[in-house]
Design a protein around this ligand. Structure first.
Ligand code: HEM
Ligand code: HEM
Length: 260
């Protein structure tokens, strides 16, 4: 009965309002934090290709737990991707509440932002736009990785990027996720007052500088990494599907079996 009354009047008979919106905000922040931190690790893992193909291969096998199972089990990566996908969907579903639902709402928000002329309000617009873009871009990537986790490696990833035309999607996804993630983490610090200290205003200025530095760092790292995969993919275009053989195994094959 209370639900019915609150549904129509916006408050219960004892004039209390639901706590669900506050809980939703909390879950949105928590899922945003997990995704934001996950992405830092993700970008570092993917960029190991810049060190060498062998190193990227070793890291991939590590995530497949080859220290426990001979040759590794890609299903482990599928499961991790599935968990991340679920967190992504929960976060996106909660994020939808904040997006303007019709032109009137958009107009009001835009007028408000222009009138305030406050940088953080403008940042919010970037977050809403990049979040919307990721509905499509992020879902495509996560689904492919989840269902093709055996095809991660120096050649398999490069073939996907170049010969399977993922590079245009990665350019857009990289821009969206880097802006969205760093702005999101900055907003989290401000919203929950994590590093406020004695002087929250001065902290905010510092946080903004850190945000800017992190955005540049991950964008440069991300685009350099993408170029590396594109180059390997181009050179490997006539051998799509061939699996990478790490140098140590190749040397063993040549010396013992006399084959390359
Ligand atoms: C379809 C995908 C996504 C949508 C629609 C979306 C939407 C949103 C929206 C609208 C906000 C603002 C919430 C607010 O102002 O209170 C937000 C916050 C945030 N997002 Fe996303 N997001 C998505 C994916 C991601 C991804 C992949 C990451 C990881 C980098 C991420 C990290 C964050 C963080 C850290 C916050 C701050 C949380 C907060 O303010 O409570 N989001 N997201
Ligand atoms: C467990 C989940 C994930 C796994 C295992 C994973 C794995 C990978 C791998 C192996 C690549 C290299 C290219 C390829 O093989 O196609 C890649 C690239 C990329 N991923 Fe993910 N990914 C995951 C989640 C995400 C999420 C949630 C996002 C953002 C919403 C994301 C954004 C990107 C971007 C932008 C690139 C291009 C990277 C660059 O150019 O530096 N990934 N990912």
């Amino acid at each position: 009965m209370n639900n019915l009354i609150e549904g129509y009047l916006g408050e219960t008979v004892d004039r209390k309002k639901s706590r669900v919106p506050a809980k939703m905000d909390y879950v949105q922040s928590a899922t945003g934090l997990i995704l934001g931190l996950f992405m830092w690790g993700h970008m570092l893992f993917v960029s190991t290709i810049l060190i060498s193909k062998d190193f990227m291969y070793r890291v991939t096998k590590f995530f497949e737990a080859d220290f426990l199972f001979d040759g590794g089990k890609p299903i482990i990566v599928s499961l991790i991707a599935m968990v991340i996908f679920i967190i992504f969907i929960v976060h996106a579903a909660l994020g939808m509440r904040k997006l303007p639902g019709n032109f009137k709402q958009y107009q009001v928000m835009k007028a408000h932002a222009e009138h305030m002329n406050h940088e953080d309000t403008k940042l919010w617009f970037i977050q809403a736009f990049t979040g919307f873009a990721m509905f499509f871009l992020g879902s495509v990537h996560l689904y492919i990785i989840m269902t093709h986790s055996e095809a991660i490696g120096p050649y398999a990833s490069a073939d996907r990027v170049w010969s399977e035309y993922m590079w245009p999607l990665y350019i857009l996804l990289l821009l969206a996720v880097e802006f969205h993630g760093t702005i999101g983490l900055y907003r989290l610090c401000v919203k929950w007052g994590w590093f406020d200290g004695e002087n929250p205003k001065a902290t905010r200025v510092k946080l903004k500088k850190i945000k800017k530095a992190l955005t540049w760092f991950f964008l440069i790292l991300g685009f350099t990494t993408l170029l590396a995969y594109m180059k390997i993919g181009m050179e490997h275009a006539d051998k799509v599907g061939e699996k990478y053989v790490p140098t140590a195994c190749m040397e063993y094959k040549i010396s013992v079996k006399g084959v390359a």
